[in-house]
Design a protein around this ligand. Structure first.
Ligand code: PDD
Length: 317
């Protein structure tokens, strides 16, 4: 029996992906309806940016992936070297199919691992072989207007669970949270647990006060973004004082600057939260501030230094 409703299917690209040992077009890749990723969201993922054909902070992404898999008691199906080889192959095939030279391609690779296929049962299935899926997209830089002017955000209660440190594919909390800002045409939802800042629906949130960059503690209530460590390193390099501590709602709304970071956003300034201009008491009211400019510049030099070298020395990753 067919449905009376005619839905217009979203367009699925035919670009290359990797599924359980094989490369195939994305719109032809299929997994079982009994995959625990589909039934329970029982899986983890990583988002690895690729600059000039090379993964950026690869080892850090692998360490976080290993941590997420361990929390779910899923055996890591590959060594870091094997992950690297598959990522490189995927990136190369994608570049070729888009007529790009490897050293000119910027992409974002998604690694998704579920516990695998098994009869439905909440108990963690023993012996299922993990489903491994990887796809890649062109790296879409933050639009120039948002770079120059900053982005508008809204605030909301963080109604997600208490294991936000796991990069899990169970993302309904994040989807509902992001939709709050999407409905208001804003770029991100900044979440609070009670009176304290946690993070964005898909990014970490930072504030600047009196020249000091502050981030919420790396605990179970936030995902430790790979940019956490990177921005810490940048602060050390360019002498920006950095502290990690609980940050109240008042501090966010009265900050001199507010920043977001993620693999795809890199680091971006927040111009407005809930109609209140960020840093309205400063000379850069509602505009990206000086600390943002310094960090963004260093971030870009870091990418250049690490990825845009002619060598393929693995230690560069
Ligand atoms: N999101 N916090 C949450 C909830 C996230 O989903 C992300 C990343 C981050 C930043 O992590 P990183 O610096 O490693 O990108 C923080 C990715 C980009 C996503 O799910 O698409």
């Amino acid at each position: 029996m067919t449905s009376n409703f005619a839905f217009e299917q979203p367009f699925l690209p035919s670009s290359i992906c990797y599924l359980n040992g094989h490369f195939c077009p994305l719109n032809e890749a299929k997994i079982s309806v009994l995959d625990r990723g589909f039934i329970f969201g029982d899986g983890v993922y990583e988002v690895v940016p690729i600059y000039f054909g090379k993964p950026f902070r690869f080892e850090h992404h692998m360490r976080r992936l290993a941590g997420s898999l361990k929390e779910l008691r899923i055996l890591n199906p590959f060594s870091n070297q094997e992950w690297l080889e598959i990522i490189q192959e995927l990136v190369l095939r994608f570049a070729k199919s888009h007529c790009q030279e490897l050293h000119q391609t910027n992409q974002v690779v998604y690694l998704q691992i579920s516990r695998g296929v098994a009869p439905r049962d909440h108990i963690m299935t023993q012996g299922a072989s993990p489903t491994v899926f990887m796809m890649t997209n062109p790296f879409k830089s933050v639009p120039m207007q948002s770079r120059q002017n900053g982005v508008c955000c809204v605030s909301a209660q963080d109604f997600r669970w208490e294991k936000a440190h796991i990069k899990t594919t169970s993302l309904l909390g994040s989807v509902l949270s992001r939709q709050i800002s999407a409905d208001l045409d804003a770029a991100e939802t900044i979440m609070f647990r009670g009176d304290h800042l946690s993070e964005g629906s898909s990014s970490n949130v930072w504030i600047v006060k009196d020249g000091v960059l502050c981030a919420p503690p790396k605990d179970n209530l936030v995902l430790e973004g790979i940019r956490y460590g990177l921005i810490e390193e940048i602060c050390e390099d360019i002498n920006i004082p950095f502290v990690m501590r609980k940050i109240s709602r008042d501090e966010v709304f009265n900050a001199d600057e507010v920043l977001l970071s993620s693999a795809t956003k890199e680091v971006v300034a927040v111009a407005k939260i809930d109609e209140k201009l960020v840093g309205e008491h400063t000379s850069h009211s509602g505009q990206p501030g000086p600390i943002y400019h310094l960090i963004y510049k260093s971030y870009q030099s870091n990418i250049e230094r690490v990825c845009n070298s002619q060598t393929t020395n693995k230690s560069n990753f």
